[in-house]
Ligand binder design. Sequence first.
Ligand code: PMP
Length: 305
Amino acid sequence: MSMQYPEWIWQNGAIKRWAEATTHVMSHALHYGSSVFEGIRTYQTPNGPVIFRLTDHNTRLFASAKIYDMAMPYTVEQINQACRDVIKANDNTTDYLRPVAYRGLGGFGLSADTPTDVAVATWKMGQYLGASVLEAGIDACVSSWQRFAPNTIPAGAKAGGNYLSGQLVAREARRLGFGEGIALASTGLLSEGAGENLFLVFDGALHTTPVSAALLNGITRNTIITLARDAGIQVVERDLPREYLYLCDELFMCGTAAELTPIRSVDGRQVGTGKPGPLTRRMQELFFGLFEGKTPDKYGWLEPL
Ligand code: PMP
């Protein structure tokens, strides 16, 4: 992804020029993957710009830090404010926020109490999996790489090191000509996409893999589950075997970056009709409806800038 860098970034309490927001090569995180981060989208709605589930995302940032016993020198509210400040500093020209907290400089043992540095970057993400995929869907494959076992690295933390797994899955998929890769858990059952959770449709109900399947408990996943249940659509969280990807009526993946992306084939097998199905469309309507003022924001998810 080539990207244009916006001008301003927040780092350790101050808004700085992008080029000045640097860190030392001997930072702990660079060597050991000891960072935690979030990806958050902003949307322009009829009622003005919003940050989608800002507090939930930053609460998860702190949960990820807690899992790794990483001291956070700020509060959730301060990081929320940093997110707002950096969007405003860049004149609200970006649509994606990246808070990141990491073990910095000042201690090099694996168990060192290295100080935590925090930054919030923002940039224009647009459509993460490519133009028009929200309409057409993507072709996915099951990766030859499995997700890490639950007693190795906690999938419930959104930590930098976890994304070594995601990179293997995503890069393999791209090398083979697919839009995205899906990983199995160490149990051999379905886990999630390289950076997205999965929903399969059977007989008008949504089925999604459980948090015990080595996945990140996505905020978009939770949004879809909540919107579906509120609309009277059944949602089942359950273990699912790989072949159900081929047999389901509809399939989609979701995440902050991917939003709600239909999958039209897996491993060369067409899913359903090969086009986004009615429940996928309905969930897209409900999800994007939040930002178009069509789906009521019952839970205060649209946090004002
Ligand atoms: N799984 C992984 C591995 C991810 O990186 C992401 C993106 N953060 C998700 C799932 C979806 O999570 P969310 O909806 O909170 O963005």
